[in-house]
Structure formats: C-alpha cells, structure tokens
Design a binder for this molecule. Structure first.
Ligand code: ZN
Length: 590
C-alpha cells in the first residue's frame, strides 16, 4: 500500500519530514505536490516549502529530476539492477503558517493539510493510502477525521490512519498538541471539537452546547427532524479550532473543518458570552459545517475530478459560498442562538458591504466566481471598485431568492433539499440548480435568478423585505465613508488612505490609496473626524496630504446626494400586514 510516514523533524526550525513508501514502483515514477487546496481558490505553490527530495530502492539511489515547479520524475539509474523492493522517497517541508490552509509546527503545536505535505503518486491516486505519525512530544495528542488504520502499528509510529484514495488523504487535516477536547452527538452522529491555544478559563462546555445546536439544526435541515439516525453524509465529524491573538477564518473538509479564531472570542467560564466576536465564531462554525453538504458533496460539476496542479474554474462559487453564507447566520437564528433583531443586524452588515462596493456595477456574480483565482483571493486597493464578493452578494441573492419563494408559498430550503435529492448529493451545474428551482416553484423565478447571477442590476431587497414585514431604512454614514475613503488611523501612523471608492468625492478630488492625510483647512489632524469640529460635513474643504515624499493640497467638494452618505438599516415592522407577518414568522420566527 502507498504509505506516508510524517515525523516532526525539528520543532524549532518548523520542519516536518515525510517518508513515502511506494510498492512496485516499476522503473520510473512521477510525484506531484498540489499547488492549491480545495476550498481556497488561489494557486499557493506549496512546493516552495519542500526541500531535500531523494529516493532509493533497496539501498540503490534513484535519479530525481524536477519536471516543473511541483512535479518530479523519479527513475532507476540506467544499468542498476531491477528490484522488487518498495521505493522509499524522503523530503522535508517547512511549516510555519498559522492559517488553516497549509501547515504549522513549533514546540507547542502541529497542524497540517495533506495538500501541502504529501506528494501524490501520479496515476495511483485511486489506491488506498496509509498515513502514520512518528513520535510526538510528551502530552501531545492527535485530532483528525481520517479513519484510524487497523491496530498493529510499526515501531516509531504513534498512530496510523487510512484513506480510500489521495482525494480523501488530503481532505482530513491533522491537529497535534495538547489541546482542549470535547465530544457530543447530533443527529445520531458523533462529533468532536478540539480547541488549541485557548486561555485558561475557556468555557469549552458552552462552545460544545452551542455547536451541537447548530449541527442538529443543519442535519434536520437537510434530512428532516425525524430522519433516521446517522442520515448525515459523514459517520463522524471533527472541528479543529486554533485560537490565536488575532485571527478569523475557516476551511471546509468532508468530515471536519479547520478554524482560526481570536482567543478573546472564545466563551469564558462564569460569564454569558454574547458579544459580536463569539457570535462571529458561531457563524463561522455554522458556515463551515453547512459546507459539508454544500460544496463538499453538492459541488460544482467542474470539481467532480479535482486538478491539483492548476486552477479549477467554476462560475458557481456564488451558489456554494453565497448560499452557505446566507444560511450560516440564519441557522444561528433557527437554533435559537441569536434573536431576530440581532439576525437583522448581521444581515445589515452584508447590505452595507454591498452598497459600499462600486464594483457590483461592473462584475457579475458568475464572473466573480470564475475570476476568484486572480481577484477575490488577491485583493488590492482597487478591489471594491472593480469586483464584487460572491460571499456578500451571493448571500443577498440567496436572501432575495428565499423571500421571493416565500411570497409564492415555497422556500429556498425546499430548493436545496430538492437539489440534494436530484443530484444524489453530488456535482451539479447551473442548469441543475435552475431545474430544482422549477421543480419547487414552477417557472417564473428562473429568469430572475439568471439576471441576478449574470447581471449587475441592483437586487430588489427593499421590496422583498417589506413584503416580509421588515423595513429597510438608512442612517447617516461616517464622514470618511461619505467621502469615499477607507482609512487606517493611529496615533503613530497618522491617517492613511487604504482605498478610494470610484465616483466618490475623494476620487473626484484626486485622493489616492497610500496618501497620508495631514491637515484639513490648515489644521493638523490625527483622525479625520477631528476636523468635523470645524469643517462641515457638507462644506468644501482643503485637504493637505503627503504622497511619495511630496506634500500637496487638494480641494474636496462633498457630494450631497451621494449614495455613500447613508448606510442601510433593517427593523421589524411593528404592525405588518397579515400575510407579511405570517411570512416573517416562517422565515425568522418574529
Ligand atoms: Zn465558505
């Protein structure tokens, strides 16, 4: 069997050592390391951290030749006698990235995704693959969703696991260290939750209880509240949470997720957690868990067979990320973890974000999905002007679709379940999504959805929300936002311009990303809002700024009717019409 042995080679220099054993290698073999990790659509060139690749068979060294940046040809030297021994390949991987996407190792903790560590034996991906771990420091444990191999480990192994193929091998991240560990059952499925790096009074039981409610809600969503036990498409599920000083992010896998959170956002014993940080963590947990169905199983047809060496383009990320982003917070509401006003506040953030993105008028959701590899994952100072987030607008399209369906007596829930049933939880294309929509609601919404996904017209959210007993309003935006400025302000760094929104007062005046704002009307500023003491929000003013060592003055003329001057608000209507109230109750139980 193809087998990988992963050792902690050097904690302090952050190196893993991997030994690959390939039975019956023939006379030559090709190995390749993925250039990206599924779920994060950017070519990350994991091979840049690989070194010392060498191979030998029964004491005979093989030739190793690089074919490109991430593929190697291994060959028995000409004239060397043939051998029946397995080929042994060794290499090291530098691992010092705290993100959920690659690998990390130091004296406190280890973490890795197979995509960054484990060379693929080209042509033998469909074979079973074994992974074992070498000795671990005293007190360290292992957490992963990869099924354990049968007992009978060899010397030097602290544990062994078995994957049906290479796809599975690299879809089960590993967490190593001494971490908090808890277990619960949801929908008859055993779940495990590990938290590394938490503060001493971390309230693990609270996090366990709230996560269980999210999981139970989602299993019931997909398979019905009365579904037979173990109807979820995984037999066991593991949450791997790493707590750091500052961080937020997650990556979905078939039976687990790796999450990054700020320590301060974890619940603390003896105090009621309800802050935005904790709710944000629960939203992240809900998001990644929802992906177990929506993207790991229901998935773009283009992902049916993954190409680990190149970009895998799809126009459907708006569906798999957007719909997931819509349901992540909605599931918190349905599980009773947040109340309706709080849910509307979370929704408002999405509305405000889209409104502050001029790029929504240039790029469609389908285009944003396709270009994720070069745009969404490579943001710069012009991103808001040229692109739209398929998370943000995708979630709002899901909302618009759900509310439209509810006006007709249906719901997006039914469409999702229909799509799951029709595709047998497998790859789908846009036509399949449209077909599920038609099967649930008849004709009538397909053209609308197509326009939302492939066009750039504004979404009719105010009308749809009003028909659901929710009032859209607006409040005055901050001064910088009104001018079209995104700033970073600090007592030492001063006022730095991060980006300038297209068409805004700041853009018209010629302010540029990277400028340092020094003074307004001749008065030094440390924060832009200081100038509100003497400059009116609607009056023109002189802005002194520094750009590439030169100091210049620009005249800013605020635009009174700018859409940027207001940010959206949402509120429950006090006495909605009977139908609207019924729809609102069915939607968010309010
Ligand atoms: Zn996601």
């Amino acid at each position: 069997m193809i087998s990988y042995h992963v050792e902690l080679d050097d904690l302090h220099s952050h190196h893993y050592r991997v030994t690959l054993s390939v039975p019956q290698p023939g006379d030559a073999l090709e190995l390749a390391l993925p250039v990206w990790i599924p779920g994060s659509y950017l070519v990350r060139e994991f091979a840049r951290h690989l070194s010392g690749l060498q191979a030998q068979q029964g004491g005979q060294a093989w030739e190793v030749q690089a074919l490109d940046k991430a593929r190697w040809q291994l060959r028995r030297p000409a004239g060397a006698p043939a051998s029946r021994a397995a080929l042994t390949v060794r290499w090291r991987v530098y691992a010092f990235d705290t993100s959920v996407r690659t690998a990390f190792l130091d004296d406190r903790r280890g973490f890795f995704n197979g995509t960054g560590l484990l060379l693929r034996v080209v042509g033998r991906e469909a074979q079973a693959q074994r992974l074992s771990l070498g000795r671990l420091p005293a007190g360290w444990e292992v957490a992963t969703a990869m099924p354990a191999a049968a007992p009978g480990r060899s010397r030097g192994e602290s544990g062994a696991w078995l994957a049906a193929d290479y796809d599975e091998l690299v879809d089960h991240p590993f967490e190593l260290g001494s971490f908090w560990r808890g277990r619960f059952s949801a929908g008859g499925v055993p779940h495990e939750l590990v938290v590394a790096g938490a503060w001493p009074r971390f309230d693990g039981d609270r996090l366990l209880r709230d996560t269980q409610r999210i999981c139970a809600e989602q299993i019931a969503f997909w398979h019905g509240a009365d579904a037979a036990a173990r109807s979820a498409p995984f037999g066991r599920y593991v949450f791997l949470i790493n707590a750091v000083g500052d961080g937020y992010g997650g990556l979905e896998h078939r039976a687990s997720t790796a999450l990054l959170t700020s320590r301060r956002d974890l619940p603390v014993q003896g105090s009621e957690p309800g802050g935005d940080g904790y709710i944000g963590l629960l939203g992240l947990i809900s998001h990644e868990y929802f992906h177990s169905w929506n993207v790991k199983r229901l998935k773009p047809a283009e992902f049916a067979t993954l190409d680990y060496q190149h970009e895998n383009y799809t126009r459907l990320l708006w569906f798999f990320e957007g719909v997931t982003s819509y349901y992540d917070d909605l599931m918190l509401r349905r599980a009773g973890l947040i109340d309706a006003p709080r849910y509307l506040r979370l929704l408002t953030r999405n509305l405000a974000s889209l409104a502050a993105t001029p790029g929504r008028q240039l790029q469609s959701l389908a285009e944003a999905s396709f270009d994720a590899w070069i745009k969404y994952y490579r943001p710069d100072e012009n991103s808001a002007n040229a692109t739209v987030s398929y998370y943000v607008k995708g979630a709002l399209v899901a909302l618009a679709l759900d509310l439209s369906l509810r006006q007709r007596g249906h719901s997006l829930d039914a469409v999702m379940r229909r799509l799951w049933a029709d595709s047998a939880g497998g790859p789908v294309d846009e036509a399949a999504i449209q077909a599920a929509l038609q099967a649930v609601a008849g004709r009538g919404l397909q053209r609308t959805l197509r326009a939302w996904v492939h066009g750039t017209d504004e979404l009719p959210l105010a009308e749809l929300l009003a028909a659901t007993g929710v009032l859209c309003g607006s409040e005055r935006a901050g001064w910088a936002a009104t001018l079209g400025l995104k700033l970073s302000e600090g007592p030492v760094s001063g006022v730095q311009v991060k980006s300038v929104l297209a068409g805004s007062a700041a853009a018209v005046a010629g302010v540029a990303a990277g400028d340092e704002l020094l003074a307004v009307d001749g008065w030094r500023i440390r924060r832009l809002d200081d100038a509100l003491a003497w400059a009116g929000r609607e009056s023109p003013f002189d802005l002194l700024l520094a750009r590439d060592q030169r100091v210049l003055t620009l005249r800013l003329q605020p635009q009174r009717d700018a859409a940027l001057a207001a940010t959206p608000t949402l509120a429950l209507q006090e006495r909605p019409a009977r139908h609207a109230l019924a729809r609102r109750r069915a939607w968010i139980d309010a």
